[in-house]
Design a protein around this ligand. Structure first.
Ligand code: ASP
Length: 437
């Protein structure tokens, strides 16, 4: 029997009708024995997520403002799910106790209650035991996982139960206080369980059918990505393609557990499988592409720079002192360009330039802003001549000026810098060049 860790995101548990879909999905496969849930998310676009309401509840508490209206919204949502599904859980009692003791609760404890109550209802609905994440997940003060303690607790729980429902997003610190991950962190909980349980697969059910090859707001009906490697995903997520919490990849990758992104509203769709290697032949030479605006380049030229040892290091250490992280450094013989995120130097650019001039006395220093980066990603591109040529030729044909080019020797990513106004067009042109049926 295979072991699947099955995680449902906020939209999959937003209301009773979504709970019904979850039950159908879980019951359709006896391997789906360990279920992780988020807090109820939005039921429609102008609705609120329970977690957002809980943050609001906490803000009211902190400023000593009457929170009864916000509390009522939260309470009603849970009671409605319970009543519509005909469950017995006396949830009002526990909710009211929480509300009465708000003043003694921390912010993290308050916001964790969305997943806690949701998991309790889901456990009763599925007929599974409820296991509290507070008894299992140990989080260090820097928010990293205490793997040893978590492993020991989870193994003990697994000896007791061969199936359960588990709330995502939180755990406890060594002092017993509740701690939460960053937003969307229910994905991380699922990945931790999958890692420790050595699951055969980590299923992550959400409201989209996996990743698409390009942003559907830019490319019409982009092809789905059915298979992607962890490193390809990392490149695309970095550029803004987000479906899964970034920190959820590492625990799965470490034990080589495939992550399957699936759609609760369209369970028949193939979704996206993320794994280290895939034997499934790829249909296109690229796996996907993504881009983002807001970069800025600092060009530095100094006669005979190539003979000077340590020149680049001195420039980079100025940026380090200002806590600016560097995206790319394309270079010439006596010049190089440092590409950074514009927002990071917004307040300090003039000081940084002044400092660079003082430290290394360049002959020329030039700043260009409003640069967008577009990354074209695909493991099939490596050791395959012709792809870079095709990409640049297509952009040239369409008169798109390239400001910068970066490709490391891993060859799974070609990044071009273009003017922000050309961002969408660049994505469209590259997509149409490579994705033809
Ligand atoms: N409920 C939390 C949030 O809204 C965590 C999650 O949904 O994964 O961020």
């Amino acid at each position: 029997m295979a072991l699947k860790v099955t995680k449902f995101g906020g939209s999959s548990v937003s209301q009773a009708s979504q709970f019904r879909k979850v039950k159908e999905i879980v019951e359709a496969d006896p391997d789906r024995r360990y279920v992780v849930v988020s807090a109820p998310g939005k039921r429609c676009s102008n609705d609120s997520k329970i977690t957002d309401l809980l943050y609001l509840l906490d803000a009211h508490r902190q400023y000593h403002v009457d929170a009864s209206n916000v509390y009522k919204l939260i309470r009603d949502r849970f009671v409605e799910i319970r009543d519509t599904l005909g469950l017995k859980q006396p949830i009002e009692k526990e909710l009211d106790t929480m509300y009465a003791s708000l003043s003694s609760m921390s912010e993290m404890e308050i916001v964790s209650r969305g997943e806690y109550f949701c998991a309790k209802l889901m456990a009763e609905y599925l007929g599974f035991p409820f296991v509290d994440a507070a008894d299992v997940i140990r989080i260090n003060h820097d928010k990293s996982i205490d793997w040893e303690a978590t492993r020991a607790r989870l193994k003990a729980i697994m000896n007791e139960h061969d199936h359960f429902v588990f709330p995502g997003f939180y755990g406890t610190a060594a002092n017993g206080k509740i701690m939460v991950f960053s937003r969307g962190g229910g994905d991380v909980t699922g990945a931790i369980l999958a890692n420790i349980m050595e699951a055969d697969i980590y299923e992550n059910w959400t409201d989209v059918s996996g990743f698409l090859m390009a942003d559907p707001r830019i490319v019409r009906n982009p092809q789905p990505i059915t298979h992607i490697t962890y490193s390809e995903l990392r490149e695309l997520s970095y550029m803004g393609a987000s479906v899964l919490h970034e920190d959820a990849v590492f625990p799965a990758q470490e034990n080589n557990i495939p992550i399957h992104i699936l759609n609760t509203n369209r369970p028949q769709d193939a979704g996206t499988i993320i794994q280290e290697t895939s034997l499934v032949p790829r249909k296109y030479p690229i796996t996907g592409l993504a881009g983002k605006p807001g970069f800025l380049s600092i060009y530095i030229y100094k006669k005979h720079m190539s003979n000077e040892v340590g020149y680049m290091r001195k420039v980079l250490s100025v940026l380090e002192r200002y806590n600016v992280s560097i995206e790319h450094i394309p270079s010439g013989i006596d010049s190089f360009t440092v590409l950074v995120n514009g927002a990071e130097v917004e307040d300090s650019l003039y000081e940084i330039l002044h400092e660079i001039k003082r430290q290394v006395a360049p002959d020329e220093i030039k700043v260009q802003d409003h640069i967008a980066l577009v990354s074209t990603v695909g493991k099939s591109m490596s050791h395959q001549p012709g792809n870079a040529g095709r990409l640049f030729e297509a952009l040239g044909r369409e008169h798109i000026n390239i400001v910068m080019i970066a490709q490391d020797s891993n060859e799974i990513n070609i990044t071009v810098g273009v003017s922000e106004k050309d961002l969408s067009r660049t994505i469209e042109v590259i997509y149409n060049e490579f994705v033809v049926d």
